[in-house]
Design a protein around this ligand. Structure first.
Ligand SMILES: Cc1ncc(COP(=O)(O)O)c(C=O)c1O
Length: 465
């Protein structure tokens, strides 16, 4: 393929994209496929001779979409959304076309300076103090890993990365059982060890399952008394299962009293903070040391793009940054080289899609989408609560709630049948000791009608079980 062919096929791809999105409502959200079925359709030896793009493109359109779960489907109510506003897809195409690599300022000046700008824009849009700076990662998992590595190094006086952990004190981190598994993973990968993630008891629904600050305080003291070294606290604002939200104000106060840094995982709920009325959810956030937030979830920046805000980037740069001779940018001591803030050296030009998105939709446009989602989630909650045999188990936090149908077995059977039906897509979790179905509303282009189809489908299928 040469660049003329690329231009031709890009237009074909653009037409296909339009038709694909226009037809999403007519597709099942999730394909009803057995594992291995798709491999059978494409199996064969690696091609020795070139094939025509016509053939490859045709195979793609015939085979791939029917074997995909459609994350941009307006009735995707599972997990959390991975919204890709059309304008962010366009920006991604342009970033791909330049195929730059933004490891250093001098390898991609525009990408580097746009990254700083969009991080500032988002900080202001979320109502965070101007003292926060930050960077862009691929995912919240990486942002959290980076924060945990920095906690480890601070606790070890920046000796762990050089000397290793053997002989080091036993480090401890604190989080609730509602935090995302990426926190457990970060402890595994950082060498701190998953068993050193202390799960702090939480309050109930009336306090959004926040960790109890007194329990946190007591557990830190107990660990110190037992000769261990507390290294940091991780808070959830909008946890994955049921939206559990730690109280930043009280918990950060406890952590800081013990000299511990605090990382906040607001991967999903962070987007809602562009609406001032939702900010009571993270009151006190301005004292956090690090905050992870995924514009690739609810906001609409094509996957992947996670922002980590930092109150002071210096400890993270000290932890992550290496400057071998070949990465010196001679005569440019004043520039920021973001590879020193993050895990990989090579970095994609992710800022472009956020720059396009924020300019094209405007904060006002994005706010009204999020407000609609929260309102419609509550309407769907009420409609589901009114169905015979259904019970709301956890009330909406923003646009996420859970429910069950009679008992655990019937709830699981209902979920399976709903997802085989394909009109909507829902997933499950455990809450209040029960198997529950989660529903979140947040797909970029969903309408009230799409959302209110969920209770209809549930009533239909429950009646047939
Ligand atoms: C609250 C929360 N934190 C972290 C993550 C991990 O996000 P990522 O896929 O960007 O690593 C998720 C994923 O859904 C999440 O819901």
């Amino acid at each position: 393929m040469d660049h003329d062919d690329l231009a031709h096929w890009s237009k074909r791809a653009a037409d296909w994209t339009r038709d694909y999105h226009a037809g999403l409502r007519d597709r099942p959200v999730r394909p009803d496929l057995e594992p291995g079925a798709f491999r059978k359709l494409i199996d064969g030896p690696v091609p020795e001779e070139p094939e025509s793009i016509e053939t490859i493109f045709d195979d793609f359109t015939r085979l791939v979409p029917d074997a995909m779960t459609h994350w941009q489907h307006p009735r995707f109510f599972a997990y959390f959304p991975a919204n890709a506003a059309p304008v962010s897809m366009l920006a991604e195409q342009l970033a791909n076309a330049m195929a730059g690599q933004a490891m250093l300022w001098q390898t991609a000046p525009a990408a580097n300076e746009m990254e700083a700008l969009v991080v500032d824009w988002m900080r202001n849009a979320l109502g965070l103090p101007g003292s926060f700076t930050g960077t862009i990662h691929d995912s919240a998992t990486t942002a959290t890993l980076t924060a945990v590595l920095t906690m480890r190094e601070k606790a070890l006086d920046f000796q762990g990365a050089t000397d290793g952990l053997s002989g080091a004190p036993r480090l401890r981190l604190y989080a609730s059982s509602h935090t995302h598994s990426s926190v457990d993973k970060a402890l595994r990968l950082s060498g701190i060890g998953q068993n050193n993630l202390v799960k702090v008891p939480t309050f109930g629904q009336d306090r959004r399952w926040s960790m109890d600050p007194d329990a946190l305080d007591r557990l830190i003291r107990d660990d110190v008394a037992a000769g261990m070294t507390p290294a940091g606290v991780v808070l959830a604002v909008g946890g994955t299962g049921i939206g559990a939200t730690d109280n930043p104000k009280d918990l950060i106060a406890v952590a800081h009293r013990h000299g511990l840094p605090v990382h906040v995982d607001a991967a999903w709920a962070g987007s809602a903070m562009i609406c001032p009325e939702f900010r009571d959810l993270w009151q006190g956030i301005e004292k956090a040391d690090s905050i992870a937030f995924n514009p690739h979830k609810w906001l609409g920046a094509q996957f992947d793009l996670s922002i980590q805000f930092l109150r002071d980037p210096a400890p993270q740069i000290r932890t992550m940054g290496l400057r071998p001779a070949y990465l010196e940018t001679l005569g440019q001591d004043e520039v920021v080289n973001y590879n020193e803030w993050t895990v990989p050296l090579g970095r994609r030009f992710r800022a472009l899609k956020l720059w396009f998105l924020l300019r094209s939709e405007g904060l006002a446009g994005l706010r009204s989408r999020i407000r609609n989602h929260v309102t419609w989630a509550r309407e769907a909650r009420d409609a589901i609560a009114a169905l015979p045999g259904f019970e709301i188990v956890t009330e909406p936090i923003l646009s996420l709630f859970t429910f069950c149908f009679q008992d655990d077995a019937r709830t699981a059977a209902l979920l399976e049948a709903v997802n085989r039906d394909g009109r909507i897509y829902l997933t499950q979790t455990q809450a209040e000791g029960r198997f529950v179905i989660r529903m979140q509303v947040g797909q970029f282009d969903c309408t009230r009608e799409d959302v209110m189809m969920a209770p209809e489908v549930l009533r239909d299928i429950a009646a047939r079980l």
